[in-house]
Write a protein that binds this ligand. Structure first.
Ligand SMILES: [Zn+2]
Length: 262
């Protein structure tokens, strides 16, 4: 019998969309379930976590369905190192992500170890790192079957390769009258727009700006996020609780002051 999103530790954001805050580093993953395909947003911080997420997604999707698409919001270890657990999945990232994965493996490994990840596990995950199949320069639309998703390269900001994921509102599949518990089959008109922000937005603490951040462009990236989602969207930060447009705007203004840009 299918378990509910909540029973597996997921927070349901609409009939077709949920997210989970992962342990230790509190990075967020999202799952968008269409009729024909399913998108995972970020992949967790270890191979083991990625495998667990894959298994959980299969249980949530039901009917033998699997994750078919994976969008990586940015190349930090706590968001990408589980990706190798998703063999056969179409992987999307902002343009340039492939180069980071090619030439920045030592940095990825060092960063993970510095944050307390175990070196053998990280080494294996970095060795198996999946290269993105599709590089997003501007925007890319995915039709998952009844659910439209827009992948948008809104950066740079938190990194040089920030990808946001907008799940269009009110276009979920199904009549809303059935009792089928399968994800996406009980959708209701009026589902909110949902924006997965990656680490461009953080709720549980101030946004982390490392050596790979592009601070002068970060506020503009948040302007783009707000343009995408609008006032009524649900904004899902890379770390922390779900927020609204007012929070994103306030964080944009704080970053502008912090980095001395308008
Ligand atoms: Zn990050």
């Amino acid at each position: 019998m299918a378990l509910t999103w909540e029973e597996l530790g997921w927070e349901r954001l609409s009939p077709s969309v949920g997210r989970r805050r992962l342990p230790i580093w509190d990075s967020t993953v999202g799952l968008v379930a269409g009729d024909r395909a399913a998108l995972l947003v970020d992949a967790g911080s270890t191979l083991r976590e990625g495998a667990e997420l894959r298994a959980q997604a299969q249980r949530l999707l039901g009917d033998g369905r699997r994750v078919t698409h994976l969008a990586l919001t940015h190349p930090h270890f706590d968001h990408v190192l589980g990706a190798a657990a998703f063999a056969g999945v179409e992987v999307y990232g902002a343009v340039g992500l492939d180069t980071v994965f090619e030439t920045g493996r030592d940095d990825l490994l060092a960063d993970a170890v510095r944050h307390g990840a175990d070196r053998p596990g990280v080494t294996e995950a970095v060795d198996l790192l999946v290269h993105p199949h599709h590089l997003v320069c501007a925007e890319w639309t995915l039709d998952l079957g009844g659910v439209q998703v827009l992948l948008a390269n809104v950066g740079p900001g938190h990194t040089g390769h920030d990808l946001a994921v907008l799940v269009q509102g009110g276009s979920d599949s199904g009549s809303g009258s059935g009792s089928d518990s399968r994800s996406g089959a009980d959708s209701r008109p009026g589902s909110p727009e949902i924006v997965f922000c990656g680490d461009l937005v953080e709720e549980s603490g101030p946004p982390q700006a490392g050596r790979d951040a592009v601070p002068t462009r970060w506020p503009h990236a948040l302007d783009r996020l707000l343009e995408l989602g609008g006032e009524d969207a649900v904004y899902v930060p890379g770390h922390g609780s779900v927020v609204d447009a007012a929070f994103v705007r306030a964080q944009r203004d704080e970053l502008a002051v912090r980095f001395g840009v308008s």
